[in-house]
Design a binder for this molecule. Sequence first.
Ligand code: HEC
Length: 248
Amino acid sequence: MKRFAPAVLALALSLPGAALAAGDAAHPEQRSWSWDGLFGTYDREQLRRGLEIFTLQCVNCHGLKYIRFRNLTEIGLGADEAQAIAGQYEVAGDPDEWGDPTVKPAELHHPFPDPYRNEAEARALNNGGLPPDLSLMAKARADGSNYIAALLSDPGYNEGDPDESGLYRNPYFPGGWTAMAPPLWDDMLGDGATVEQEAEDIAAFLTWAAEPRMEDRKSLGLKVVLFLLALTGLLYVCKRKIWAKVDH
Ligand code: HEC
């Protein structure tokens, strides 16, 4: 058994190295976000710009299945505006008189639909890559908000041409090559924003999508801390009062 120990040790030591080699993606730059810190909240205007980018571009390849159109009122859209966005998408309707499937415009209670019928279609149209649903992407990846912003704004990625197999070089994507063509361009909303700003706006929107209750959570946490502080004070006063009558 003893003879194997060095081998086992060597293997154990080499494993983290191997894991590092597989995850050789560049670390995203740390940005400051409006929701950072104890009191930070989402910037509603930034979220709405992110939504516009999403509905203009990302929605063509990515689903957002945990966000219903109704949820868009939480970032400041009116119900009629959310309804207008919903109406641009189709969902399955009742069968017609011949029993054939029909489609109808989506309504407020529907989620953003997946753009593809199935995985095979998604891959066939994306050079073999599978565009994942983006609802939880900001939480599914380590340092998700910074990762999404870095992934989409990398200058080399945005200016680079695909290799012969149609993949784009992106240092932040695991493995360094992605089937997603750069989806952003300067001034895509006509407001003069750069790719860099757009990448932050869409990253903010996807962070909200993954964690729409973050603000409630923070304010509840604050209330709990304040309550505990008040309770501590009260108990201290009680203790003084009760023990004041006792001779020491
Ligand atoms: C033309 C189709 C297309 C469009 C438009 C598109 N994507 Fe993608 N996206 C893909 C594909 C394909 C992949 C999978 C890439 C791969 O596996 O190499 C992907 C992957 C991703 C990933 C996942 C990276 C990971 O860690 O797995 C993110 C994040 C992403 N896209 C965000 C966006 C955002 C945000 C937009 C809109 C600004 C967008 N995409 C627009 C096709 C698209």
